[in-house]
Design a protein around this ligand. Structure first.
Ligand code: SAM
Length: 282
């Protein structure tokens, strides 16, 4: 049996064609075929670099049939490159499914790294980059979207979203309703002529787009919840019940009195002895 081929995930520019890497070009010229999310888009890129290869369309709506076809070809020894519309395949596109299929079938997967819109936006946002979460596109379903955003309320890391321009005003309102007002950076048209980063508060961004229509592609980078607010919320969470009730709650849950006192002291930001004195005064 012939040796299996390799699946190459090839990152392509998110705007500026000069951001292609030498390895990306070499790989696209070397493989037997190229699977592309949007063949019309990719053909422009391939023509620009004078690359002529069979193009197979592989997108959200044909990923099951085309995925199986591509795996068959890889099993037969063909080397295949996967490119997305722009940026890194596998990030907010069906590349993820093809990688899983290839891994399940013991096919070698490698990547020719390059641009990712999320990282490009994050590093120039001016918001903390030490810890961040990538959320990609929010669910379209209203309820799922709300639940999803509610889960992000206490997230202290910087949060990155992708959004299409026509949905941006609604998404900003949804983010504001769930997370409250915070700093946000709207990184648009990255690496293109009209690249711009709008740094403001979420409410200011909502105001801005109530007056003008968003244009181009956007990455939204949202400040995480402040640790101080979280600690404050944690302390206030038990303001409704007395210290005695609070300790009793943990004893009822099975903790010893000593452990319950310690836990209550931690949660209320008190010293253990003060909690102990209140409980023993009873
Ligand atoms: N795989 C791509 C990547 O590596 O970033 C992302 C694909 S996703 C289908 C497309 C989204 O990425 C857009 O809706 C937008 O949010 C973001 N995006 C892509 N190119 C961008 C650019 N030049 N400037 C700002 N955002 C961009």
């Amino acid at each position: 049996m012939s040796e299996k081929g390799t699946l190459y995930l090839v990152a392509t520019p998110i705007g500026n064609l000069q951001d292609i890497t030498f390895r990306a070009i070499d790989t696209l010229k070397m493989v037997d075929m190229i699977a592309a999310e949007d063949t019309r888009q990719s053909i422009k890129l391939l023509n620009h670099f004078e690359i002529k290869k069979p193009l197979i369309s592989y997108h959200e709506h044909n990923k099951n049939t085309k995925g199986n076809y591509l795996i068959e070809q890889l099993e037969l020894g063909k080397n295949i490159a996967l490119v997305s519309d722009a940026g890194s395949p596998g990030i907010s596109d069906p590349g993820e499914d093809l990688v899983r299929l290839a891994v399940d079938n013991d096919i070698k997967v490698t990547m020719i790294p390059g641009p990712v819109a999320a990282m490009t936006g994050l590093v120039i946002s001016g918001l903390p980059t030490g810890q961040f979460v990538f959320e990609g596109f929010l669910p379209m379903n209203k309820r799922a979207r709300q639940e999803h955003l509610n889960r992000l309320k206490d997230e202290i890391r910087t949060i990155i979203f992708y959004e299409a321009p026509h949905k941006l005003p609604y998404t900003l309102k949804d983010i504001y309703n769930a997370l409250g007002d915070r700093r946000i950076a709207l990184a648009r048209e990255l690496t293109k002529i009209h690249e711009e980063v709008i740094r403001c508060s979420i409410l200011e961004a909502i105001d801005l787009y109530s007056e003008k229509l968003p244009k181009g592609e956007y990455v939204l980078i949202v400040e995480g919840q402040s640790r101080n607010i979280l600690e404050e919320n944690e302390k206030n969470k038990f303001a409704e019940i007395s210290i005695e009730e609070h300790v009793q709650m943990y004893i009822d849950e099975g903790l010893t009195k000593k452990d319950a006192i310690k836990k209550v002291a931690d949660e209320r930001g008190m010293i253990k002895r003060d909690v102990y004195n209140v409980v023993m005064k009873k």
